[in-house]
Design a binder for this molecule. Sequence first.
Ligand SMILES: *[C@@H]1O[C@H](CO)[C@@H](O)[C@H](O)[C@H]1NC(C)=O
Ligand SMILES: *[C@@H]1O[C@H](CO)[C@@H](O)[C@H](O)[C@H]1NC(C)=O
Ligand SMILES: *[C@@H]1O[C@H](CO)[C@@H](O)[C@H](O)[C@H]1NC(C)=O
Length: 242
Amino acid sequence: MARTRCPPLPLLLHLLLFAAAAAAADPAPPSPTPWPERFHAVMFTNLTNYSDASTGPPLRITDLYYDWPRRRNLNLVRHQLSADPLYDVEWNNGTSFYFDSRSCRVERFPVGVLPPWWLSGGGARYLGRRVTGGIDCHVWGKAGFIVYYEEAATGRPVRWNFIDVTGIQQFVMRFEPGVALEDDAQWQAPAYCFPDDDEEEEEEEGKSNDPASSSSSSEEFGDELEVAIRLLRNLAEAAATS
Ligand SMILES: *[C@@H]1O[C@H](CO)[C@@H](O)[C@H](O)[C@H]1NC(C)=O
Ligand SMILES: *[C@@H]1O[C@H](CO)[C@@H](O)[C@H](O)[C@H]1NC(C)=O
Ligand SMILES: *[C@@H]1O[C@H](CO)[C@@H](O)[C@H](O)[C@H]1NC(C)=O
């Protein structure tokens, strides 16, 4: 009877070989899928760390028109029950216009539009496989600032969370590769965005100082990470637009 307690040698050997083979075949972590050069996405946005002091209404539906060939990006943000959508038009020269039917804010970022390979091009850390919204996903983190979910079966983006004080989470409800917003009038910032260009510059200087001035002290991280973080901050800013 004592015999049956330990497996016969061939079985042990088999198990060992199997374990060794499994370790050797451990596949490299999957790579993120680059974004299509143009797409339209409809996203449900939740600023999960909402507080009256820090942000506007926490729930929004955001139409994102991403247009890399023309180096522009449009977020059409609809706050819950608001009839007046907020436009966020970003240009590759770093200028972003935030406007609704009454007001406009112009901001300068030290980066342009996020390239399609912003995640796939390097620096993404694979975090494993998770189910979100019932969808089986691969998950990556980048620059300690974003957690990105893509559908394992198709590579479509499913969700991203920003690690920032507003706790922005965006859920992709519709994803339409190749769809562009052709109507140029939709991209055009209204006249009240351009009251007096010279005065605008002064205020913007201060704003864009933050990432620029930190670049010398964080040289050890390399320029690429710097740029990645700036790009992602830009994306987060768009998502948290109030
Ligand atoms: C938004 O996020 C908050 C905080 O996590 C959560 O309590 C709330 O249920 C979320 N709202 C929706 C509609 O998902
Ligand atoms: C950037 O491009 C947009 C769109 O062409 C333009 O309105 C804006 O003035 C430009 N900004 C700068 C700083 O050149
Ligand atoms: C949530 O927001 C509050 C105030 O706006 C901030 O003090 C707190 O650190 C934030 N929480 C997280 C997890 O970032």
